[in-house]
Ligand binder design. Structure first.
Ligand SMILES: [Zn+2]
Length: 416
């Protein structure tokens, strides 16, 4: 009787056990965390490898791993300088595997996705991939167009065509710079670069700005030289054909970018489409110059060259201002206001001051000072700081780091 009683007890779940089990399901209900588990099914992985495999930032992966660790679903081992994460035991692995197999079976049998719509994460990922594809395709088309223009410019001696080709090449160069900066900025922080690689995009910006100003200089110098020396323009028909190629090429790219931009609701892509429309106007300027030469005004070509040079200067000023703002850590007013509002709403925070937000590549770093009641226990103060950090980070997805300076009312000593 005694034995039987004991055995029955062993089969009854305690409240605490039920809580842990339901907490486990709750933690696993997040698509990113499930993706991480799925990646870990095939063996231990570093944060960097998980970030690439799940297509989210390394800081997001770290954040999710922390939650998984809290429930002892994953653990880590140190291998040299990197931490390798793995599933703690096979219980987690086996039921996640079952859930994922089930999902594969359901989608293979032609049944619609279980919840009828894709997650925000999946949509973001699909949109980013489409934007990237649009940018790469446009750049490839534009490279061909501008190299063609450049070849004809050298052949015919048309400086307007040269300026237009340089301008188009500058645009391609800008895109390539942003693309590589973007790729690079997703790399994980190292001991040498503990703030991560976000700034690589700004570094690429400096190179791009330099290239824009050099191409403006070349366009002006060549136009001036031609105006003074009166060198004739030859192969006019070929030159006009190249200018028309520039107009058509940029129009196609503009329409393509604006269509994709509207479909995925991407502001930068729509702005870029408008830029391409302006570019086709520049090519039209080169065409007007060449038509002028054909009509007996040889100076029309260098004058068109100057006009296109001015357009490059205009773009150069805009780009320089953007890059300078980044390098000068210009404050993002929208983010600071939102962060201040979120911080003051946290219980225990009496005042918020000195809020700063600067962009490091694609992510924002926020720094703010909060005032707390004096004589608060250090553990309570620390908990309030963590809550401020969590609130700001979870409500503002562009924010990566939050530095909270904690002050006691009446003093100015930083605790955290
Ligand atoms: Zn342009």
């Amino acid at each position: 009787m005694q034995r039987l009683h004991r055995r029955r007890n062993a089969n009854v779940l305690t409240d605490a056990q039920v809580l842990v089990a339901s907490g486990t399901f709750q933690v696993l209900s997040d698509p990113t965390r499930l993706r991480i588990i799925h990646e870990l099914l095939s063996g231990p992985k570093s944060v960097g490898a998980l970030a690439i495999a799940c297509d989210v930032s390394a800081s997001a992966v770290s954040h999710q791993l922390q939650r998984l660790r809290d429930l002892r679903l994953v653990s880590f081992t140190r291998k040299g300088n990197t931490l390798l994460y793995e599933l703690t035991d096979d219980h987690v692995g086996s039921f996640c595997r079952e859930a994922l197999y089930h999902a594969v079976a359901v989608s293979d049998s032609g049944v619609v996705a279980p919840y009828g719509r894709e997650s925000a994460h999946d949509r973001d990922r699909r949109h980013r991939a489409r934007a990237m594809r649009a940018i790469v395709t446009s750049s490839a088309g534009l490279t061909v167009t501008s190299l063609l223009e450049l070849a004809v410019a050298l052949l015919s001696g048309s400086v307007a065509l040269l300026a237009d080709a340089l301008h188009n090449l500058g645009d391609v160069f800008t895109t390539v710079g942003i693309y590589f900066g973007f790729r690079m900025s997703r790399r994980v922080a190292t001991t040498r670069f503990p703030y991560g690689y976000g700034r690589s995009e700004d570094l690429a910006g400096v190179v791009v700005v330099a290239a824009i100003w050099i191409s403006a200089g070349v366009a002006f110098y060549q136009s001036y030289e031609k105006l003074v020396s009166g060198t004739p323009t030859t192969d006019l028909t070929l030159g006009m054909a190249a200018a028309v190629t520039g107009i058509v090429g940029n129009q196609i790219v503009a329409r393509y970018k604006s269509r994709v931009g509207r479909e995925i609701n991407s502001a930068p892509l729509i702005v870029d489409a408008k830029h391409s429309l302006l570019d086709s106007a520049a090519s039209a300027g080169a065409l007007v110059g060449l038509v002028g030469v054909a009509l007996g005004f040889p100076q029309a070509d260098p004058i068109a060259g100057f006009a296109i040079g001015l357009l490059i200067v205009h773009i150069g000023i805009d780009a320089t201002r953007d890059v300078a703002d980044r390098l000068m850590d210009a404050n993002d007013i929208d983010v600071t206001k939102a962060a201040e509002r979120l911080a003051i709403a946290v219980p225990g925070v009496e005042a918020v001051g000195d809020v700063r937000a600067r962009w490091l590549g694609r992510e924002v770093e926020v720094r703010l000072a909060i005032t707390l009641a004096p004589h608060l226990a250090l553990s309570d103060a620390s908990a309030i700081c963590s809550q401020v950090e969590r609130r700001v980070r979870s409500d503002l997805p562009e924010v990566r780091d939050v530095v909270v300076l904690c002050r006691s009312r009446g003093t100015a000593i930083a605790l955290v």
